[in-house]
Design a protein around this ligand. Structure first.
Ligand SMILES: Nc1ncnc2c1ncn2[C@@H]1O[C@H](COP(=O)(O)OP(=O)(O)O)[C@@H](O)[C@H]1O
Ligand SMILES: O=C(OP(=O)(O)O)[C@H](O)COP(=O)(O)O
Length: 464
């Protein structure tokens, strides 16, 4: 049977709850993208990939990325679908060492499931699979069939799979991936991708679309619409990029450089840039990473778009903020070969420098994927940055990234609440994904979205 349902007569083209013509930005979606609203869900087991990557050390840090997926869950259940949900938490697989380490206490989905149960008052089952510390989970074993029977019989509200990155096949490109993805496809009838933040082509985000009729969820659609405002920004356009995920951010950052009028860097990204530009050595920054930042340095010698934050905080330890063991240093004192301990924050006073104030105040669009310092101890730079950005009342402000949103919320709860309601702010669930969209020049060229479009072709999706 065709995996698509016609639009119900007399009701909206997009969703059957929203009258035609009133859908927010629907015309900005690629018509080839199969939409959740068009999926035939009745009595189907729906494999739902979300980005609930909100757990650190066993605790939920910010529920936002769970909350924004509730509409899709409701939609699925209300239309007769039975959900199996999955997300990744953290980065258990180290690409450099190629070691997968399962941290059962720290990176389990259990806190997310507990939250969902409290919030929705329905029961979720978490299947138990054999897991080892360094090899993760090899297989979805057939014991899951008991739970699927219960799911179909509505004895449970949903199944929530273990952290997708604990499965040996999730980030593999070979036989392990093939086995995992076929097993995943075997438990469901339909796949829905709601994980805007998870653009990396892994088994649960990308390869799964080769096997099941696949659709974009409601939050995914909204993000794909809004990210186009960054592709066509009002100028001057300022991007502030910081944080720790250097390996996935550095490539897209170079594309971002071409798009912006000004760029401010912080976190590990800035440390690496400083090493590449000034020839200094900073503890923890690897030579291979510095090499990747060299292009940016060369490009900036010509275009001068990077607004350097002149004062940074050096600390002898990463463990805590210990009086006497950290100090503010000026990049004016950098000379080639000079060695520094960890650089863990930008000093808030950097944001009082006239060239920095001007870059922020004159911008009409500001994109922020930036935790400026090592949390939780070195929050001062991020705190000041958020204040300075809000000070520019006229600019359209886009914050994106799990940690970026989490810190924004915890450092400025009032401002964060205001941002949720304000037309001047938009909060993206993924920061790296926004950078990736800029690199691709098109949100529908994200690997995960291209896969959904391909899937639509395969199954004869017709947007009319
Ligand atoms: N100078 C620094 N050294 C080490 N870690 C840092 C530094 N600055 C920021 N971080 C860390 O970066 C993390 C956020 O990075 P990332 O995951 O890339 O952000 P996002 O989720 O917003 O995209 C935070 O946990 C923070 O502690
Ligand atoms: O936190 C995320 O991205 P983000 O740090 O860009 O917000 C997503 O969960 C993606 O995680 P990944 O970058 O480990 O694939």
């Amino acid at each position: 049977m065709a995996p698509y349902v016609p639009y119900p007569p007399g009701l909206g083209k997009v969703g059957y709850t929203v009258p035609e013509g009133q859908e927010d930005g629907h015309e900005l979606l690629d018509p080839r993208l199969p939409l959740l609203q068009r999926a035939d869900l009745k009595d189907k087991v729906v494999l739902l990939r979300v980005d609930h990557n909100v757990v650190k050390k066993g605790k939920i840090m910010d529920q936002y990325r769970i909350e924004v997926t509730l509409a899709t869950m409701y939609n699925i259940i209300e239309r007769g679908g039975r959900p199996i949900i999955m997300t990744h938490i953290g980065r258990p697989y180290d690409k450099k060492t190629k070691i997968l380490s399962v941290k059962l206490e720290d990176e389990s989905i259990e806190p997310v499931v507990a939250y969902l149960q409290r919030k929705l008052r329905i029961k979720f089952a978490i299947p138990l699979f054999h897991v080892t510390d360094n090899e993760g989970i090899q297989d979805i074993d057939t014991s899951i069939n008991w739970l699927i029977n219960d799911l179909r019989a509505c004895k449970i509200g949903g199944i929530y799979l273990p952290n997708t990155r604990w499965f040996a096949g999730e980030e593999d490109k070979g036989e392990k991936m093939e086995r995992f993805v076929v097993q995943l496809a075997g438990v469901a009838d339909v796949f829905v991708n709601e994980a805007f933040g998870s653009w990396q082509p892994h088994a649960s985000t990308y390869y799964i679309t080769k096997y099941l009729p696949s659709y974009a969820g409601l939050c995914m659609q909204s993000e794909l619409i809004h990210v186009q405002e960054i592709l066509n920004p009002k100028q001057p356009f300022l991007a502030i990029v910081a944080g720790a995920k250097y390996d996935t951010k550095i490539g897209p950052l170079k594309a971002m450089y071409k798009k912006v009028d000004k760029l401010i860097l912080g976190g590990v990204v800035y440390n690496t840039f400083l090493c590449a530009k000034y020839g200094v050595k900073i503890e923890g920054v690897e030579d291979s990473d510095i090499a990747l930042a060299k292009d940016l340095v060369e490009q900036d010698k010509v275009e001068h778009k990077i607004v350097e934050l002149p004062f940074v905080v050096e600390s002898e330890t990463l463990e805590a903020r210990i009086e006497g063991k950290y100090r503010t240093i000026s990049i004016k004192d950098f000379t080639p070969g000079k060695e520094y301990s960890y650089i863990v924050d930008v000093d808030p006073s950097s944001f009082d420098e006239p060239h920095v104030v001007e870059a922020i105040d004159l911008s009409k669009t500001i994109f922020v994927n930036a935790v400026m310092g090592l949390m939780p101890h070195f929050w001062h730079g991020t705190y000041k940055m958020d204040e300075m950005i809000d000070h520019n009342r006229g600019a359209q402000k886009f914050f994106g990234g799990g940690d970026t949103l989490q810190e924004f919320k915890s450092l400025h709860p009032g401002l964060y609440q205001k941002a949720l309601e304000s037309p001047k702010y938009y909060l993206f669930t993924g920061g790296g994904t926004v950078l990736k969209v800029i690199e691709e020049g098109d949100p529908f060229a994200l690997p995960t979205i291209k896969a959904l479009i391909e899937n639509g072709k395969q199954y004869g999706y017709n947007p009319q």
